[in-house]
Design a protein around this ligand. Sequence first.
Ligand SMILES: [Zn+2]
Length: 222
Amino acid sequence: MSIEEMAEGARSRGYEYFAITDHSRRVTVAGGLDVKEVRKQIEHIQSLNEKYDDLTLLKGIEVDILEDGTLDLPDEILKELDLCVCAVHYNFNLTRKKQTERILRAMDNRYFTILAHPTGRIIGERDPYDLDMEKVLEAAREHRSYIELNAHPKRLDIADYHCKQAKDMGVKVAISSDSHTTGHLNNMKYGIGQARRGWLEKDDVLNTLPVDDLVKVLKKKR
Ligand SMILES: [Zn+2]
């Protein structure tokens, strides 16, 4: 779907803001964007933001965490964005130590904002990859980054007990609908249900912030 269609879907559900986070180039099956395409999309979003007076589109990317922990796009383009959602999409079978180090290295990048679908599980299809969640949460706290709770009913990733662990360790969770169509926006309720089951309250969730506060927090993180 086009950005305009997604924006309309968000607006009709009463959203004040909505982050556009297409995949980066490595994820070829999803038509991942390269540097040039991201730059074009940034301009497109800026022009749309000038048109809307009741919705802010945030400029983002879902950038792939490569096997060595570097990110799939260079800093010079990541810094142009409001947020970088970072995720593992390949090489799920690393040892616990290697997988954890990979993610910690990615989190060292100052433009890293949110770790998406942190365990990679697809319910009934793929087990979570082996990861030291405590170390990841410690790093998130240290770098002031965030952990996604992916609301897609096949993911619900992180699990409820990881929500509680994040809360206890002082790490905020971002609840994401992982929408590829406007219909997926309706999945948000599953994420909120999962967050509640994991004892999260409003203040534990990044995207309960109003847009001005959110933008400030994201800038400060860098
Ligand atoms: Zn993803």
